[in-house]
Design a binder for this molecule. Structure first.
Ligand SMILES: Cc1cc2nc3c(=O)[nH]c(=O)nc-3n(C[C@H](O)[C@H](O)[C@H](O)COP(=O)(O)OP(=O)(O)OC[C@H]3O[C@@H](n4cnc5c(N)ncnc54)[C@H](O)[C@@H]3O)c2cc1C
Length: 489
């Protein structure tokens, strides 16, 4: 008989922690959930996915209003954005979702929720102020925080991170964004569309460094056409507070010194795991700079302590955190040795057009020494995209030499939704011929997925060999019309 207070204790009430808590409690485990903020939901709800996507929607609508003429509608004079109203809408959306992530709802599921900052005192015990709790298994799901990079002058400069950016009282007229990853790029486009002048700085030679370069470059071209400025291949030398403004000094791609000033500075240069105050070294839980060391079953170096979500330094997405939470439940509650498999984990950057990815992209396949064939289909050939007036981007299907799919990248309208079909196809090991033959409704953006597989099969179906065979067996008479030679070119 266990002498511990709980079967399972979870530290951190974000995507990973909430998944474990609700699953474990509903399976009958006595469950404790500890959260240091005064509300559940974690970064995704309060400072991440939800506020960013809500902001992006407001920016999108404003952008459409300004471009009414593009749709054959009268141009109208649009007043400037009152950012307070935008941020009030963000707060309202969060408040609605918060009800789903409330202490009451979790208590209803059987979870004891405690608010306070947890610290391990031994490998089965945590302390929160004067309260002490023991559990047979623990799950560390404490998430990540924005990195404060060691840039000279940054510490003495007031700057923004994802914790402040959604709650500003007014729109900054100008903003410099350090970092061209998903957070920096989504914010660059959204704030630019709302009326800020934006410059993005990154040391890499492309934005969204993990993505297919061609697609990232195409996304960057869209942002550039909308007015976002970029300093890529740049080295940030220092940052300084100049009165109410911020100054960034950098060496640009030609090695020339450039001074930029702006009303606001957003730092989006990566994330660090929230592990500093947990006493992990004292309880034998191994860590590395990216996060807590885990095996594929999400077990730390203490087998009864698991780490899921951003804190283990793996894929930093809400759905990855939820997935890892489900791996924890399998192992800790069902005692099944289930391992995480990220082969076909999808993700999306919510620029307009969106950039979604699943599996390997071209560069990853090259790095793995895999021979590939690439099939693409542009959005400008999709009838619905034309009707929508949004034709930027393409779908790219990466196959190995035996035509087994390795991955899919989509830059285009609703790419994040379109990738869902590929989630089912790739994880379900559905044959590409099934997708090519499946009827999709017309006119939909989703037809692009069928079209790209159609492009793969068309040369085989409409080959000369096939024509000859059909002619032989069924006496087909061949072409009824042929263009004059010069028009045929
Ligand atoms: C601006 C932005 C936009 C994003 N957009 C997307 C997106 O569109 N899609 C997507 O999939 N992902 C997105 N992400 C990433 C996503 O938010 C994270 O991957 C996700 O929140 C990770 O979940 P988690 O449970 O690991 O951590 P979190 O959600 O951060 O939860 C960790 C919790 O632990 C608590 N905690 C920390 N230390 C302690 C302690 N000692 N004691 C008690 N509690 C503690 C924290 O307060 C927090 O509530 C975005 C992130 C940012 C910053």
């Amino acid at each position: 008989m266990s002498t511990f207070d709980y079967d399972i204790g979870i530290i951190g009430g974000g995507a990973a922690g909430l998944t474990v808590a609700s699953g474990a409690a509903q399976l009958g485990a006595k469950t404790l959930l500890v959260e240091k903020e005064q509300a559940l939901g974690g970064d995704c709800l309060h400072f991440g996915c939800v506020p960013s996507k809500t902001l992006i929607k407001s920016a999108h609508v404003y952008h459409q209003m300004k471009h009414a003429a593009h749709y054959g509608l009268p141009s109208i004079a649009i007043p400037p954005v009152d950012f307070k109203a935008v941020s009030d809408r963000i707060r309202a959306v969060i408040a609605t979702i918060q009800k789903h992530d409330s202490q009451e709802r979790f208590c209803g599921l059987g979870v004891q929720v405690e608010f306070g900052e947890a610290q391990f005192t031994d490998e089965h015990t945590i302390r929160m102020g004067s309260k002490v709790f023991t559990a047979k298994n623990w799950v560390i799901a404490t998430g990540s925080s924005p990195i404060a990079p060691p840039i000279p002058g940054l510490e003495a400069t007031s700057y923004l991170t994802n914790r402040e950016i959604f709650y500003l009282d007014q729109l900054p007229a100008t903003m410099i964004i350090l970092g061209a990853g998903p957070i920096g790029i989504e914010m660059a486009q959204a704030f630019n569309r709302l009326g800020s002048n934006i410059t993005v700085i990154d040391r890499a030679d492309q934005i969204l460094g993990k993505e297919d370069k061609e697609m990232a470059d195409e996304a960057m071209a869209v942002l550039t056409s909308e007015g976002v400025e970029f300093q890529l291949n740049a080295t940030i030398e220092s940052v300084a507070q100049k009165g109410s403004r911020k100054e960034v000094t950098l060496k640009d791609h030609k090695g020339e010194t450039v001074h930029l000033t702006a009303d606001a500075l957003l730092v989006a240069m990566g994330r660090a795991p929230n592990i500093d105050d947990l006493n992990l070294d004292q309880i034998g839980v191994g860590t590395q700079p990216t996060g807590i060391v885990v095996d594929p079953r999400m077990r730390t170096t203490q087998k009864h302590i698991y780490a899921a979500g951003d804190v283990n330094g793996g894929y930093q997405f809400t759905h990855a955190a939820g997935y890892e939470g489900s791996i924890v439940i399998s192992n800790a509650i069902f005692h099944l040795p289930r391992k995480a498999d990220y082969t076909f984990l999808p993700w999306c950057t919510y620029t307009d057009p969106e950039l979604a990815s699943i599996g390997m992209n071209e560069r990853m396949a090259q790095q793995a020494g895999i021979e590939t064939t690439i099939w693409t289909e542009p959005f400008e050939s999709n009838d619905r995209s034309l009707a929508e007036g949004q034709t930027a981007g393409r779908i790219k299907l990466i196959l190995d030499k035996r035509e087994k799919p390795l991955g899919v990248q989509i830059l285009g309208l609703h790419a994040g939704e379109l990738i869902g079909e590929w989630v089912a196809i790739l994880n379900g090991k559905v044959k590409l011929s099934t997708l090519a033959a499946a009827v999709h409704p017309y006119p939909t953006i989703g037809e692009i997925s069928k079209r790209v597989t159609g492009a793969l099969f068309a040369p085989k179906i409409f080959s000369e060999k096939m024509q000859k065979g059909l002619k032989f067996f069924f006496n087909l008479k061949g072409r009824a019309c042929t263009l004059p030679e010069n028009e045929n070119e």
